[in-house]
Design a protein around this ligand. Sequence first.
Ligand code: XCC
Ligand code: SF4
Length: 644
Amino acid sequence: MEPKERSIDKAAQEMIARMAKAGQQNAWDRLDAQTPQCSFGKQGICCRICAMGPCRITKKAPLGVCGADEDTIVARNFLRAIAAGVSAHSDHGRTVAEVFIAGAKGQAKDYKMKDTTKLYKLAEELGVKTKDRPVNEIAIDVGEIALAEFGKPVGTQLMARRAPASRQEIWKKLGVTPRAVDREITESLHRSTMGVDQNYKNILTHASRVALADGWGGAMLATELQDVLFGTPYPGIGEVNMGVLKKDEVNIIVHGHEPILSEMIAVASQDEELLAKAKKAGAKGINVAGTCCTANELLMRHGIPIAGNFLNQELVIATGAIELMAVDVQCVMQGLTIVANCYHTKLVTTADKAKMPGVEHVSMDEKNALSTARELVKKAIDNFKNRGEVYIPKEKNSAVGGFSFESISYILGGRFRASFRPLNDNIINGRIRGIVGVVGCTNPKMPQDLTHTTLTRELIKRDVLVLTTGCATIACGKQGFADPKMSLDWAGPGLREVCEAVGIPPVLACGSCVDNTRLLVSCSEIVREGGLGEDLSDLPVAGVCLESVSEKALAIGQYFVASGVPVVFAEETISILGSKNVCDYMFDGIKKDLGGQWILESDPVKAAELILEHIESKRDALGINKEAERKLYDMEDRRTLSVE
Ligand code: XCC
Ligand code: SF4
């Protein structure tokens, strides 16, 4: 396969070609070697949950040894995948809560409460007294309440109270208001062991509950606590793509998810003593860049450059310019060890729960965080002399990141009357048709970044405001969507007018995947602001992820659906097609229960059309589509709009 068919990112294309020439492998090559992939797995109809199996459903053998049918098997597999995704986000959230408490207690001296305004707000929300109390005392209480959310024996998730009242009522009626995060995950595993829950609908209902424990629990807490600890993001400009690497500096890549590590490396890289050491080693400076969600965290808060998204991780090393790549948890390909061995790059694992064979491990200890980070930076500097041939693609684009819920309300309403009112008004008057979250990974099954960016282009030109998170943000950033100078020209007239008036790009980079919870909070605020219905399911909004990779993406998809928002996924990335009943429920029946539903569509243009249809139908139902204003695009309109 030609590099062009593998990625639309020019830097990636160059690196793919170079790796091929050097006889090195990457994820695309390994996918080729794996093709054709197991069709039972694809459909979700294989089960290896007990020792009577593994079983797979065929015409000849339509039942597993225990008698389980395809509905049970598909639903169980789906539930387990979601539970795994939830566990990842929530474990991240828990780690942050622990560091948060340690920081407040003075046991992790390098972590301080940066955004005390947000801390006070959170304290108030959680019923923690703030009057006449020192910041750290308040933080300890907030942190302990947050930590308890993961394992408390009774009660439901406190963050779920942020949802509109009608939404909470829907959850209550269906019995899916999430309890402790750990409990929902444990119950997911229990229900899906051999001989327990055999009613696919009951299994899928629990899939909603465990996913809600993520969106309105673990992941939301991760975002909130990180904001207090590292600062709530406000818009700032950064750069995206491999062109951010510097030939004459020590390049360090931070890769993974938890800012606990990367924040400290960012600090250490500015240390005078280390800078002097780098100079002595012959480098002009120390350049830190991120990949995957860690990159989003750093761009959001510090404008630190992004070297690439998920599928770029191996390619970045193949530039020969990376002295050290520090990884923590999630989305770290084992293939990294192989390419790192072809270059001088030092790969270092830092999370005790995520080691790699043959890779040096430096345990990230929160008590000595900064000195651990300094140690890593030193290793990078020491490795500079071992560089061989370097090739850095030129490609890079400016990107504005930092769109948190707080910064969006501030930009829209100003410092003294921060509010979502202007956004609601512009949705009501039709300048903005609706809001779509374009989220998720990059998957070698489709050309890297193609669907995210095609879809985003289709949406903004039809006056839909796009919020992005995760690797989709990076895909959009690489193609200029997060740069108002470029992307305003691609926006429809209504959206453009609003964006120009308030000074934002039509595509808002909202952060990492745990930050999808910022989208939930923003949607809840839109409902609260008024004029657009009573519930999240009334809003002209949708979520979409056409290049999903991780189980985390399924968890996110399911919590959007269970929050009343439809979610579009690509058929290639969701393994439920082996059960007609499961599909009927996920694509349709669930709508009656929860208001959202899954929609399958791999083609980004068609996906945009489906989403627009949904948005306009919601607008009709809200009564805000006055005849004259309604935009129905025919082919002719689309052609005119495609001319840039
Ligand atoms: Fe992973 Fe978060 Fe997906 Fe990217 S978007 S491939 S989950 S890094 Ni989160
Ligand atoms: Fe087979 Fe049933 Fe065991 Fe699954 S649980 S492996 S279907 S016997």
